[in-house]
Design a protein around this ligand. Structure first.
Ligand SMILES: Nc1ncnc2c1ncn2[C@@H]1O[C@H](COP(=O)(O)OP(=O)(O)OP(=O)(O)O)[C@@H](O)[C@H]1O
Length: 284
């Protein structure tokens, strides 16, 4: 799996090259800060007073039961929707004030709504990630092609370049979409359940690469153990409010998991201080 922020790898092209360097410089990890976030639809409050901070280069896991507001929050963090109250700052600048093209160079988003009827090839989809760096009306350059091909290969999809998107399996689509986000060389990577179609090996590879990446990452996850294992910090949402934020050990306690998920657990602590959760049968 390609490492976010390392997509340039010294052999690509385009990107935010500096000086005479023709190669992308990769991600310049951003600090994301949001507070007082309120948002709703048709008078229904969906997010209330939400705060979240992701320090540069950190991987922050966003947790919570179905319908707790994770995807809604991610859209607001990405600038895809405007909060009704509160603020979202990228390196102290309001996301809403950053021009679209500049924002597209800084933030990559992978949502859950992946269209099934796209008639593009896998390579064309990955190349979309380079669009923010291309001058308007310019064609695809050899360096971008090389970058996209390598991203596909690192996603385990070498040989899939000309495959139609609509012919890909769910997990293959998810990996192509991730490769698209990663060649964008984002300072901030926002991922909505990026593991939901992946087999266990690809889940582990993805989370390892996020944890090791230069980019700042906010990722929604349902698997509490994977979140505990790979995230630096966690934010737990319940009914649109943050009920806990901190290290995995601070957030994932038996009482809080029972309060939020109505599931009883036993929790061990691994050698590196991370919680390991054992679920009790729901009925016991
Ligand atoms: N555009 C919308 N119109 C009406 N309700 C919405 C809209 N967007 C979100 N909601 C509601 O807001 C709540 C939060 O949704 P959201 O998708 O953010 O939750 P989530 O935590 O990501 O859930 P899941 O884990 O199931 O993906 C849900 O009850 C959802 O039905």
């Amino acid at each position: 799996m390609i490492a976010p922020g390392a997509a340039g790898g010294g052999a690509g092209g385009g990107g935010r090259a500096t000086g005479g360097d023709p190669y992308p410089v990769g991600a310049l990890p951003a600090r994301l800060h949001a507070d007082g976030i309120g948002w709703g639809v048709a008078g229904v409050r969906i997010l209330v007073g939400v705060a979240l901070t992701a320090e540069p280069g950190a991987t922050v896991g966003l947790l919570g039961p179905n319908g707790s507001g994770k995807s809604s929050l991610l859209r607001l963090l990405a600038g895809l929707a405007r909060p009704e109250s509160g603020r979202v700052l990228l390196d102290d600048v309001a996301v809403g004030a950053i021009p679209r093209r500049a924002l597209a160079q800084r933030i990559a988003v992978v949502t859950q709504q992946v269209a099934t009827d796209v008639e593009m090839s896998a390579l064309e989809v990955v190349l979309l990630g380079r669009t923010p760096y291309r001058p308007r009306l310019a064609g695809v350059g050899a360096a971008d092609l090389d970058l996209a091909r390598r991203a596909l290969a690192e996603a385990g999809l070498a040989g899939f370049e000309q495959r139609r998107w609509s012919s890909l399996s769910g997990g293959e689509r998810q990996r192509v979409d991730l490769a698209r986000a990663l060649v964008q060389e984002p300072d901030l990577l926002l991922l909505d359940e990026p593991t939901n179609h992946l087999d266990i090996r690809h889940q582990l590879e993805l989370l390892r690469s996020l944890a090791e990446s230069a980019s700042t990452v906010v990722v929604t996850l349902h698997d509490l153990n994977l979140a505990a294992q790979y995230c630096d910090r966690l934010v737990l949402l319940h009914c649109g409010r943050v009920v806990a934020a901190g290290t995995p050990a601070e957030v994932l306690t038996t009482s809080r998991i029972e309060q939020v998920y109505q599931v009883r657990t036993d929790i061990d602590v691994t050698d590196d201080g991370r919680p390991r959760i054992w679920y009790r049968d729901h009925a016991t």
